[in-house]
Design a protein around this ligand. Structure first.
Ligand code: FAD
Length: 540
């Protein structure tokens, strides 16, 4: 990939800044190679020298199969070794070791958070997988006061941060729908949920990071210090460094949540209301929504277990086969506040909305139960053996200008029912998001997250089978391909360089420049399939 790029640079004799970086990095690495003690490296010699390394944690060459799987359950790339680090220096030593092997080696390193990627992004074929959950340093440490934050290890699960922070009356501001994910894993993507319209995604709510770069160097970065590295790593798909620590912004934690659902039969009205909510300063604290098409299957209960009653049935509302759009909003509150006051506030907010009046549904839950809602469904699905199935998910960011056409073409046409899993749809406001991160979003201020969260029944050849769902995803992606639509993938997955270039658009050069600065040998996160190890700087 790099080789072709470099080729183009030199062929055109445009000695651009990027070309210069490539060239310099190449020279540095050549020099580096001359001084290295690795004249000819076979996998066997690499493994035996790795085995001789001393770690505070443990490096295993056996029983590594678990690192060749993920939540997607479709890609299985066997690593050579798995490192359970106990210190930052374990991580920097192994990356430094691989960096020192230089261009003669194809060895790669993947940080693995909770392994909840969908397409092998945290895997490393014949490489080393670092199990970030083993890294228990630093212990969670809280700063209270005017600008509260918590310092955590990047292998920490968000659910643990939630439990610890509420003990201090605090909580992170921005979440994902599911909390059994690691800090490093979601910060490498974005971390988007129903709070993102107000606070931006999780990558917006981080003050500082500690990172081990692809050269094995340990660096601290923030808006003020090493700010290019800081922004590179946020949403950087693991390409520029392994996040080892993060300082996460906190706010006072509410105790309770009023959780509301209401149905719409008309997409325009639904979208208009969602957009009204996210543009209003004094509004709900959380906004999401989902689509209901010919709903029949069990998996639709995936995230509705917060309440046993289906709002549709509860209100004896019949959809008459129509496609429905369910608005999901939440208002945080504390029981000390007068119930009248919060109810009045909600009534006022709801009075501005145009949902089908008979379909309003309200529930009251604790803040922790609200945030951890998907885990309840996980437990149920696990009991039925339906959690560890293939998950051919598709996540898209659709700009406001394209969302109506998208809804018209996809819902009910390409996608004929939602029985394989929920389809989430909600808008966010880009003006609240940081601009210099590696995350790619549409070029419009308001855009929608549309998430097709399908589960495939193993060995089914029917509509709930993997092939059918993948074909459907392909059709959706083929529709989305029109460049005028401006649609971007979230948790992107591509197989060719051209697709990656198109995904990054005018940010591609920045992404490559950052790669050549921070991981010049393309050692890190090979499972993203953006850069290839051996070809990193082979000029031809
Ligand atoms: P992994 O899958 O282990 O890793 C993901 C990528 O990050 C890999 O490339 C890996 O190499 C890299 N990586 C991991 N740790 C580090 C680190 N410390 N430093 C650098 N790179 C690292 N996403 C949302 O935004 N919003 C949601 O609401 C949401 N809900 C989800 C619900 C479920 C049930 C699942 C399975 C996923 C959901 N996701 C959501 C997607 C999720 O954010 C990503 O899949 C995320 O990568 C998973 O985190 P993980 O800790 O399992 O990371």
């Amino acid at each position: 990939m790099f080789s072709t790029l470099s080729h183009i640079f030199f062929k055109k004799q445009t000695f651009s800044f990027l070309g210069l970086i490539f060239c310099l990095s190449f020279m540095i690495n050549k020099e580096h190679l001359c001084s290295s003690n690795h004249p000819f490296l076979t996998p066997l010699t690499v493994n035996s020298s790795l085995a001789n390394m001393k770690f505070d944690g443990r490096l295993s060459f056996t029983n590594v199969e678990h690192a060749a799987n993920d939540f997607g359950n479709r890609h299985h790339l066997m690593p050579s070794a798995v490192l359970n680090p106990k210190s930052i220096s374990d991580i920097s030593s192994i990356v430094k070791y691989v960096f020192d092997l230089g261009l003669d080696s194809e060895l790669t390193v993947a940080a693995r958070g909770h392994g909840h990627s969908l397409e092998g992004q945290a895997q490393a074929y014949k490489g080393v997988v670092i199990k970030m959950e083993s890294l228990r340093v630093p212990e969670m440490s809280f700063q209270t006061g005017k600008r509260p934050y918590v310092d955590v290890s990047a292998g920490e699960l968000w659910i643990n941060i939630l439990h610890e922070s509420v003990k201090k009356g605090l909580a992170p501001k921005s979440w994902t729908d599911y909390l059994h994910l690691t800090v490093g894993g979601t910060l490498s993507n974005a971390g988007i949920s129903g709070q993102a319209f107000r606070h931006g995604p999780q990558i917006n709510n981080v003050y500082r990071l500690q990172v081990v770069t692809g050269r094995g160097e340990v660096a601290t970065c923030s808006e003020e210090q090493n700010s290019d590295l800081f922004h590179a790593v946020l949403g950087g798909l693991g390409q520029f460094g392994i996040i080892t620590q993060a300082r996460i912004a906190l706010e006072p934690a509410p105790k309770m949540v009023k959780w509301i659902r209401a149905l719409y039969a008309d997409f325009s009205t639904f979208a208009e209301d969602q957009e009204r909510i996210i543009s209003s300063a004094n509004s709900f604290d959380y906004v999401e929504g989902f689509v209901i098409i010919n709903r029949t299957g069990l998996l639709n209960n995936w995230r509705s277990s917060f309440n046993p009653k289906d709002p549709v049935q509860a209100n004896e509302f019949t959809s008459e086969g129509k496609i429905l759009f369910c608005l999901e909003v939440a208002k945080y509150y504390n029981p000390e506040e007068s119930d009248n006051h919060i109810n009045q506030e909600i009534d006022t907010l709801l009075s501005e909305l145009n949902y089908i009046k008979s379909t309003l549904f309200l529930s009251e839950v604790s803040y922790i139960d609200f945030l951890d809602r998907v885990h309840v469904s996980e437990i149920k699905l696990r009991e039925k053996g339906l959690w560890d199935v293939p998950h051919p998910w598709l996540n898209l960011l659709v700009p406001k200008r394209s969302i109506h056409d998208f809804a018209h073409k996809v819902f009910g046409n390409i996608l004929k029912d939602t029985s394989n899993g929920p389809v989430l749809i909600y808008p966010v406001n880009k003006s609240k998001w940081k601009h210099r991160t590696s995350l790619i979003t549409p070029d419009e201020d308001v855009f929608y997250l549309v998430a097709f969260l399908s589960s495939a029944m193993p060995s089914s050849t029917g509509k709930d089978g993997l092939e059918h769902i993948l074909t459907q995803n392909k059709k959706i992606l083929s529709y989305c391909g029109g460049p005028h639509l401006g649609i971007k993938q979230y948790l992107p997955h591509y197989t060719t360089r051209e697709e990656w270039k198109a995904h990054f658009g005018d940010q591609w050069e920045v992404f490559c420049r950052r790669k050549s600065s921070y991981d010049p040998l393309a050692i890190l996160a090979p499972g993203q399939r953006i850069f290839q190890r051996k070809k990193a700087f082979a000029l031809q």
